[in-house]
Design a protein around this ligand. Structure first.
Ligand SMILES: *Cc1c(COP(=O)(O)O)cnc(C)c1O
Length: 470
């Protein structure tokens, strides 16, 4: 068997240092490390010498080159097939096309089956699960909590599979009608939608409690698809390379900047890895909405939890960003003891502090800014009227922050994380017109749905799962 690893083997270690190093496949199946830390590759490959030869590869070819540097336990041909299959589901031949729009370049990440950028990671993660379970003759029961986008992308990634069942909890009546239909209209036997009588926090709490019950977790082969899974971050590194190559080619620039609308810090972390690998990224700009814990941190060094407020860009309504720990690990000099200490302090006191390298900046590579509802709506309106381009509210928050930081010469690439048709109310409020349409959603209105309602009660959830995972 020819293994992909052209270099030495690669192992995954925990940011908290208490987990035996894992192979790639084991890291994918494990998700969160057993010591509570996050899994990271033991080294980051330097691909500077390949940039010229990769600049004109198509998306799947490029994905293979990048991903294969982090995977040494899948045959090259098989890895290539999984990648090809995952991205063949995208509606655009470029997979993630880039368009020049006004002063910025928009990287469209929303051409996957559920029109959200999470498809890029979850289409491939679903196929990876299937591959690994097949080989190990295993079964996996995915438990997820969603406030909207993650649920439907996760369902789309594993629907119809024989070895995987997926249980997605959403707060009953509290996700948008469209998002609810997107999930509950999937009728495959392995898909279970659960409307929980409670809030999104209740759903998350139920999930966390069950995952911490290691006996139940092991007995029922519970797994997770949230963005702490390394395979999700890995697959997102690819489009930073893809977009940078396209924009450097069309503008003649030698370096680029990226702006990323941020929630759990997974997306921007992928860009940070791309930069460490040698992609000429001048800097990354992190955009938040009113839930601005990360923007405050990158401007002041203080990481302090606030109250979550609900906004028009709900996937950014997060106070504690689960992927932040990965970045912090490198920031504190790759010292697991320091991370364990910082995370314990944060859990206890709700805040930690790092020194600023220079005035108003904690890190040379990442700067940050915040948008709010009014600025985001105004940005949607302006881009529609001036450039005839519709931004979804997440992308628009990013574009607003990008414009505030567009003082350097390097071209600015803004990540577009959802199709505007996913958020018709915000588009109508911004433009005064009912513009946000997509044929996929028109069809949904008529589709039959299936969903079970359960109480916000751990025993009921346990019983529900136990009855279906025997
Ligand atoms: C998930 C999501 C985000 C946030 O991405 P993170 O990786 O959590 O930072 C932004 N926009 C949309 C539309 C999303 O679905």
């Amino acid at each position: 068997m020819i293994n992909v690893g052209r270099m030495k083997s690669i192992r995954y270690i925990s940011t908290r240092g208490q987990q035996t190093p894992l192979s790639f496949k084991d890291a994918v199946m494990t998700g969160l490390a057993r010591d509570g830390g996050l899994l990271i590759p033991e080294r980051i490959p330097d691909v500077t010498g390949h940039l010229a030869e990769w600049a004109h590869l198509d998306y799947a070819e490029l994905a293979f080159e990048i991903v294969s540097r982090f995977v040494d336990d899948l045959p090259a041909e098989r890895l290539r097939e999984l990648i090809d299959d995952a991205y063949a589901t995208f509606a655009h031949s470029a997979v993630t096309p880039v368009r020049a729009v006004g002063p910025v370049h928009i990287l469209e990440l929303f051409h996957g089956p559920t029109l959200a950028f999470k498809d890029i990671a979850l289409q491939w993660l679903g196929r990876l699960f299937e591959e690994i379970l097949e080989e190990r003759d295993g079964r996996l029961n995915i438990l997820a909590a969603t406030s909207g986008d993650t649920g439907s992308a996760a369902i789309a990634g594993v629907r119809g599979q024989e070895r995987v069942q997926i249980f997605v909890m959403h707060p009953r009546g509290r996700v948008s009608a469209l998002q609810e239909r997107q999930m509950t209209s999937v009728l495959d036997a392995n898909v279970h939608n659960l409307a929980v009588e409670g809030s999104f926090d209740d759903c998350q709490q139920l999930m966390k409690t069950l995952f911490n019950d290691l006996a139940f977790k092991d007995a029922h082969s519970l797994g997770s698809v949230n963005s702490v899974n390394w395979a999700r971050v890995l697959s997102q590194i690819v489009y930073y390379f893809y977009a940078a190559f396209r924009v450097m080619d069309s503008t003649g620039a030698a370096r680029v900047q990226f702006t990323v609308p941020t929630g759990n810090f997974g997306d921007i972390l992928a860009g940070w890895y791309a930069k460490q690998m040698g992609l000429p990224i001048e800097r990354l700009i992190l955009a938040t909405n009113e839930n601005d814990i990360l923007a405050r941190f990158f401007c002041t060094g203080v990481y302090a939890k606030g109250q979550v407020v609900s906004t028009i860009n709900p996937s950014m309504d997060i106070q504690v960003a689960s992927n932040f720990e990965r970045w912090l690990y490198y920031k504190v000099g790759q010292e697991p003891e320091a991370i364990a200490e910082l995370m314990a302090r944060f859990a206890e006191q709700g805040h930690i502090e790092l020194p600023c390298e220079q005035q108003g900046q904690v890190d040379r590579d990442i700067v940050a800014g915040t948008s709010d509802t009014q600025r985001t709506l105004a940005t949607i309106k302006r881009y529609y009227e001036q450039f005839d381009y519709l931004l979804d509210p997440h992308t628009a928050a990013g574009v607003f922050v990008a414009e505030q930081h567009n003082e350097l010469d390097e071209p600015m690439i803004c990540l577009a994380t959802a199709h505007p048709a996913k958020f018709p109310e915000a588009i109508e409020e911004a433009t005064g017109k009912d513009l946000a349409r997509h044929p996929l959603f028109e069809a949904l209105a008529q589709a039959p749905t299936r969903c079970d309602v359960i109480a916000n009660n751990l025993d009921e959830l346990r019983a529900y799962l136990a009855a279906r995972t025997a």
